[in-house]
Write a protein that binds this ligand. Structure first.
Ligand code: SAH
Length: 239
């Protein structure tokens, strides 16, 4: 397997044909781990029909209930999006995405690339769990690709980066996983409420902005323990 620790995550796909076509697009590009978050119709004949010789990818797809569950152990999460969002996020172009995925998966990190619903894409909350967003440049008149075609473009870039020998990167610690980060955000939010900095009844964009800050920094596991330790010391001040 060329990409054992890269997974493609399809969120609440409505048409099973798109699941099969995505599986084929993946396998053509040597990526085989497919995770389905609450697909509307699955298993389904249409998925198998469109997968053709990628039946194994469809049959081995993991079905989960939430994006959180799909990315819980991931150290790099990339979200694909057809349109810009209100709070801009660090962006990659498809080629940069391919290089990033190869660099980090080559280092042993678990990587997820998220694709949204056919009608509404990914929610803001789902996009905020990503380190980077990727947009596939399109003609101005129509920016939304068919789901499986978007999967094809991104997986193509991942394989091209691998074939081009994109450099692997190295860091002395593992990056925090998505689950570590969610625990940090919970702890941080509780602490900010405790010290009176954050009003949950008037949250504004505080947690979104803090998420964006930490996503940009990409803390490692040691740094997360230090931050959690600092928060615990603050929590104890009230006792
Ligand atoms: N109407 C939706 C688009 C859904 S297309 C919207 O406005 O958000 C289904 C999925 O295909 C998207 O969620 C995204 O994962 C992917 N996709 C489609 N076009 C894309 C593009 N130009 N760039 C990146 N991803 C795209």
């Amino acid at each position: 397997m060329i990409f054992p620790n890269v997974r493609i995550v399809l969120v609440e796909t409505s048409h099973p044909g798109n699941i099969g076509a995505s599986a084929r697009a993946m396998k053509n590009m040597a990526i085989t781990n497919l995770v389905l978050v609450s697909p509307q119709r699955f298993p389904d004949e249409q998925a198998l029909f469109r997968a053709v010789s990628a039946l194994d990818v469809v049959n081995e797809a993991k079905v989960v209930d939430s994006v959180e569950e799909a990315i819980v152990d991931c150290q790099l999460v990339i979200g694909t999006s057809a349109r810009g969002r209100r709070i801009p996020w660090p962006m990659l172009d498809p080629k940069g995405c391919g290089e990033k995925v190869v660099a980090e998966s080559g280092e042993g990190h678990e990587v997820a690339i998220l694709f949204g619903r056919e009608d509404r894409g990914l929610s803001n909350q789902e996009l905020q769990q990503c380190h980077f967003h990727v947009n596939i440049p399109t003609g101005e008149a129509y920016s939304s690709l068919n789901l499986a075609m978007a999967v094809q473009v991104i997986c193509y870039e991942v394989l091209q980066a691998k074939l081009a020998g994109a450099p692997e990167q190295s860091w002395d610690m593992d990056y925090a996983s998505s689950a570590d980060m969610e625990r940090l955000y919970e702890h941080l939010e509780e602490t900010l409420i405790q010290v009176g900095f954050h009003d949950p009844d008037n949250p504004r964009q505080l947690m979104t902005r803090l998420r964006r800050l930490f996503n940009r920094i990409r803390p490692d596991q040691m740094e997360i323990s230090i931050l959690r330790g600092i928060l615990s010391s603050i929590n104890r001040l009230d006792n």
